[in-house]
Write a protein that binds this ligand. Structure first.
Ligand SMILES: [Zn+2]
Length: 66
């Protein structure tokens, strides 16, 4: 445990649910474990403009959080 667990403090604008950050790029072992725990969503390696950075755990809405 490194203590660098990421949590967002944003709530979903649609349903008010908890949100998790979306990570892009090659997932690390830690990233995969966090994904299994539902703490992060792995967005894959394809990156384009205006990538959503957070996603709702409840309704799957994702958006760019700045
Ligand atoms: Zn939502």
């Amino acid at each position: 445990m490194t203590g660098r667990r990421k949590v967002t403090n944003v709530l979903c604008p649609l349903c008010g649910g908890e949100t998790v950050p979306i990570e892009y790029g090659e997932p690390s072992a830690e990233g995969l474990e966090a994904s299994d725990r539902g703490e992060v969503i792995l967005g894959g390696c394809i990156v384009w403009d205006e990538m959503p950075t957070v996603a709702c755990r409840v309704c799957d809405h994702s958006w760019v959080w700045k």
